[in-house]
Design a protein around this ligand. Structure first.
Ligand SMILES: *Cc1c(COP(=O)(O)O)cnc(C)c1O
Length: 376
């Protein structure tokens, strides 16, 4: 069986964890966390990177930092993970779901303005499969209407848009280091604070609403309760693990990109026969090989295809149930427009095995299994 995902380890993770233990530094914000912060700041251009427990936690911090409140509206795609919406729903906001583009499956920037009302506060750009949204268009709309932009770059680590690193473009960005992502720490994430005006408050919110970080830098002589907040920081062992991955992030990304390119070549004949559509990556976007998916031809039932792949030993998977049609989405959100593309692609999309270590023979087996599944 070729598994759908296999978390990749560089081999240095436990060495670093042992080091953290030897240093008697187990709580958060120790030397490994500082290294991770510096790496993220250097490699994304963000003003301040802050490790969190998860991308979910980073998105919750975004909602707090932007003072999202009861009745506010936040524009986002419906084709995304629940945390994109929940982070804002926790503050009483209404997620307003906008359709995605046919090509990238990202927020359709041409539909954003008709979803804006007097209550709209922010736009969340989700970079699906590590392929960037049209950030120039989204930033321009946000500026015109006085809205904030949050990048849910959970899948976008090491990917770029016009040379700029995803997560580092909007006011705020959020990364995930969950074991299903490219660079991992089991559970983990990072907030990227790109707007310098939000940097100090981000530190405070992450440290239970205290100015503990300023205290440790010697900027204040005691630390006190300053603001709302929670405990959003991971312990040092998680940061030690993550450091081993960040050191190898370029190589991990390159290996995933090579696998992606091989899939793309192997599946070209199936696309030529009209049996599926391969991913489309706009010229402005350098992706990171996070995911290889195909869209089955309209009208083809997906479940038999997934079952056939399973019989052939290939661990394939579908993806999101659109949030606007999920039980909580119906109750807590609002759909803007008919979300036709979202409804269609969500039932056609099949993700193929993608992990560092996949061999040419695995990819050929997967392509052959897909051809057989589609021939039925
Ligand atoms: C994985 C993912 C998340 C959640 O990440 P966690 O680190 O598991 O909280 C949020 N948004 C998107 C788009 C994701 O893919």
């Amino acid at each position: 069986m070729i598994p759908f995902n296999r978390p990749y380890m560089t081999g240095k993770e436990f060495e670093h964890i042992a080091q953290a233990n030897l240093n008697h530094m187990l709580a958060g914000d120790g030397p490994f966390t500082k290294r991770c912060h510096a790496w993220l700041e250097q490699n994304t251009g963000t003003r301040k990177a802050l490790l969190t427990h998860s991308c979910t936690a980073a998105l919750e911090m975004c909602a707090l930092l932007l003072d999202i409140a009861q009745g506010d509206e936040v524009i986002m795609p419906s084709y995304t993970f629940v945390s994109t919406a929940n982070a804002f729903v926790l503050r009483g906001a209404v997620p307003v779901f906008v359709d995605v583009r046919q090509d990238t499956l990202n927020l359709d920037e041409s539909l954003i303005e008709e979803a804006i009302t007097s209550r709209t506060r922010a736009i969340v750009a989700v970079h699906y499969a590590g392929v960037s949204c049209d950030m120039d268009a989204i930033m321009a709309i946000a500026r015109r209407h006085g809205l904030r932009v949050v990048e849910d770059a959970a899948q976008g680590v090491m990917a770029t848009y016009k040379g700029r690193v995803l997560g580092g473009i909007g006011d705020l960005g959020a990364y995930s280091f969950h074991e299903t992502k490219n660079v991992i720490s089991g559970e983990g994430g990072s907030l990227l604070v790109n707007d310098p005006a939000l940097a100090t408050r981000a530190e405070i919110i992450r440290e239970k609403g205290t100015d503990r970080s300023r205290f440790f830098r010697g900027e204040v002589d005691k630390y006190t309760w300053q603001d709302v907040g929670s405990s959003f920081l991971p312990g040092e062992m998680v940061a030690a693990f993550l450091w081993a991955q960040l050191e190898e992030a370029r190589r991990i990304t390159d290996e995933r990109l090579a696998i992606w390119e091989k899939y793309h070549a192997l599946l070209e004949p199936l696309e030529a026969r009209g049996l599926l559509r391969r991913p489309i990556v706009p010229a402005d976007c350098q992706h990171n090989g996070h995911m290889y998916y195909v869209l089955l031809k309209p009208g083809m039932a997906r479940q038999p295809v997934l079952e056939s792949l399973k019989r052939s030993g290939v661990g394939a998977a579908f993806h999101y149930v659109p949030l606007h049609s999920a039980p909580a989405g119906l109750r807590l959100g609002r759909a803007s427009g008919d979300l036709k593309v979202t409804n269609t692609i969500s039932s056609q999309l099949v993700r193929l095995p993608m992990w560092v270590g996949l061999k040419q023979e695995h990819l050929e087996q997967t392509a052959a299994a897909l051809a057989e599944a589609l021939a039925v």
